[in-house]
Design a binder for this molecule. Structure first.
Ligand SMILES: Cc1cc2nc3c(=O)[nH]c(=O)nc-3n(C[C@H](O)[C@H](O)[C@H](O)COP(=O)(O)O)c2cc1C
Length: 192
């Protein structure tokens, strides 16, 4: 028997990614986001949603610079990522606090956090106000990945990256499990 639950945001698995941008003074800014998803193949695009009412500094920075990066933290950086999602750039230099460094992205003017192994470089292509959040769609113009998370074909291996997952219902981080079946193949057995 199914039981009605109070309406709330939920998605599974949700990532814990870190968006970064420069503020008006050129200072690197970042925050952790669970509201993030891919949303277009051509051009490749990612959508992030940042709370408008709570005045996140990273939102202000992205709206100002129109360019940003999105990093995929590995499980080993769960504590740093959690801190980046609790402290505000208005109050402290979060990257310095956790001992992280950054360099400029290759194709956009945004900070790439060196310790995170995979980052998307994005240009803002669409902004929408949806309820409490500002949805920002970014065209992905470059992807940077450390060599040690690439597979033998040179593609990003999420198994090697061991990315951080997040459950917004229980407020818990988790590790993504083992691969099961090949997508677009296993379901074909039902094809008539
Ligand atoms: C796991 C996790 C996920 C989060 N997801 C979001 C999100 O999707 N959108 C958002 O606006 N804030 C999210 N936050 C909160 C921001 O990261 C947090 O308020 C941060 O301190 C904002 O920093 P800033 O003021 O420097 O931008 C999340 C925090 C955590 C720990």
């Amino acid at each position: 028997m199914k039981v009605n639950q109070k309406p709330r945001t939920m998605m599974f698995p949700a990532p814990a990614v870190v968006a970064s941008a420069y503020d008006e003074d050129g200072k690197a800014d970042c925050c952790t986001l669970a509201f993030a998803t891919m949303c277009s193949h051509r051009p490749p695009a990612v959508m992030i949603a940042i709370n408008t009412t709570l005045k996140r500094k990273t939102l202000k920075s992205i709206l100002h610079s129109k360019e940003f990066a999105v990093a995929f933290p590995s499980v080993e950086h769960v504590a740093e990522t959690d801190y980046i999602g609790t402290a505000s750039g208005y109050d402290t230099d979060k990257l310095a606090d956790v001992g992280f460094t950054f360099k400029n992205a290759e194709m956009v003017n945004a900070p790439i956090i060196n310790e995170y192994k995979v980052s998307l470089e994005c240009k803002v292509m669409h902004i929408a106000e949806v309820g409490s959040h500002t949805q920002i769609t970014g065209e992905i113009v470059n992807v940077q990945a450390e060599e040690d998370v690439l597979n033998e074909k040179g593609r990003i291996s999420f198994e090697k990256l061991n990315p951080l997952g997040y459950d917004d219902v229980s407020h818990t981080y988790f590790e993504i499990g083992e691969p099961t079946e090949r997508a677009f193949k296993i379901g074909l057995k039902f094809k008539k």
